[in-house]
Ligand binder design. Structure first.
Ligand SMILES: *Cc1c(COP(=O)(O)O)cnc(C)c1O
Length: 405
């Protein structure tokens, strides 16, 4: 498939380029010291990702430890309420630790082990990346420092407990709004101090090169499995694929399996409380080009041009930018990006629970809500949704704030 001069048949050979760019977006805007560290990671990754030993070890881990492949489920009862469109979900909620994030964490930690590093460092928002990385660190016997905003620590107590039980150090970040953005800053600063013995494991397809590429590659298992399973189940490709976009890793993993297919692809951003700056985290929808956290992408800026405060009911989606590849795919027209607000996401959270017996993460509920709207517009056909995680972590907060619906 070709679109606006981009050939999606050879896409993964050409994007990113050698310096980590997707068109104008991406790159590595970092200090010289960090640049050395990133070059070391890039070089190791390019060697290792071609090594048979690395590939077969990662394959074994995915099967025996993570429980992959995760299935696709047909949503018979929910589809029945939407007319003639059939909805399916890729069940990343059934991946070990309950979300897609373990897919890249096991890859990053295995890379750390091959590089001879002793420690992994990361930030976390909803706590899912922290739990996934703490799990990977325990599996490989690595030390683990997790930076987390004070506000998120309060909202996500069970995940904080999980990280501590798994042996990670959870380091509280109290600067600014004390959420994901500040945690990223703190983790970055720690890595600059400790990069000789440690590796920074970014939680999404964001940050300086090679992370957007590496995390996409590790997550592409989601799209590869999903495509094969969907065709096996139905005999054809889905008409549309939908995933929620925070930093953009579950969506990039899912989308990468379908970029060269005649399939409509939709990324869903959180509209939170509304369109005012500070009330949402829909960076691709309302943002402008800019550099933060070491990469060039589309971001939400305040009046000084700094990353703006953002909000969503979903802690895992409240980040003021998105991965550079999403910005590129948006401009190319290959992927369409749209928004879903808190209310619609909470509604979908209860609908999927009630009608299908699946309690989705509130992040994933954004994708479910969008697919429900899209189904009504399409009238017929099929939609494959990436159900990025399970909602156990969100239950207490949602009941407290919204009651049982
Ligand atoms: C972290 C998280 C997200 C958002 O991150 P992406 O990098 O955009 O995938 C979505 N869903 C769940 C369940 C998460 O934990």
């Amino acid at each position: 498939m070709k679109m606006n001069g981009i050939d999606f048949e050879t896409y993964f050979k050409n994007y990113p380029d050698e310096k980590g760019f997707y068109g104008n977006y991406g790159g590595a805007y970092i200090s010289d010291e960090l640049r050395k560290a990133m070059e070391e990671i890039t070089e190791s990754y390019f060697t290792i990702c071609k090594s048979r030993r690395f590939i077969s070890e990662l394959r074994r881990i995915r099967k025996e430890f993570q429980g992959r492949p995760t299935p696709i489920s047909y949503l018979e009862r929910l589809s029945g309420t939407l007319g003639n469109v059939q909805l399916y979900v890729k069940r990343e909620d059934l991946n070990h630790t309950g979300a897609h994030k373990l897919n890249h964490c096991m890859g990053e930690a295995l890379l750390a082990k091959y590089m001879g590093k002793k420690k992994v460092i990361a930030e976390t928002g909803a706590g899912q990346h922290g739990v996934a990385l703490a799990t990977a660190a325990a599996y490989f016997g690595l030390e683990c420092d997790i930076y987390m905003g004070a506000v998120d620590i309060k909202k996500q107590a069970p995940n904080v407990a999980r990280m501590k039980i798994l042996g990670a150090n959870v380091i509280e970040v109290t600067e600014g709004l004390a959420t994901l953005k500040e945690a990223v800053d703190a983790a970055f600063a720690a890595y600059a101090r400790e990069y000789k013995d440690s590796i920074y494991c970014i939680g999404s397809v964001v940050g300086p090169h090679p992370f957007p590429m590496m995390v996409r590659d590790f997550q592409s298992i989601v799209g590869i499995e999903a495509r094969e399973q969907f065709v096996g189940m139905t005999g054809e490709l889905p008409d549309a694929v939908v995933a929620c976009v925070g930093g953009g890793s579950n969506s990039m993993g899912m989308f990468s399996g379908f970029l060269n297919d005649p399939v409509d692809i939709y990324g869903v951003e959180p509209l939170g409380r509304g369109t005012m700056l500070g009330d949402h985290a829909a960076s691709l929808q309302y943002g402008t080009e800019g550099i933060m956290h070491g990469f060039n992408s589309i971001m939400l800026k305040d009046e000084n041009g700094d990353p703006a405060p953002v909000y969503s009911v979903a802690s895992g989606l409240d980040y003021p930018s998105s991965g550079p590849e999403h910005a590129f795919l948006r401009d190319s027209g290959r992927v369409k990006y749209d928004v879903v607000d808190d209310e619609a996401a909470v509604d979908a959270f209860f609908k999927l629970s009630r009608l299908e017996g699946i309690i989705p993460a509130i992040e994933s509920s954004h994708a479910v809500a969008y697919a429900m709207q899209l189904a009504k517009k399409m009238g017929k056909g099929s939609i494959l949704i990436c159900l990025s995680g399970r909602g156990d972590k969100d239950m207490d907060y949602i009941i407290e704030r919204y009651g049982i619906r």
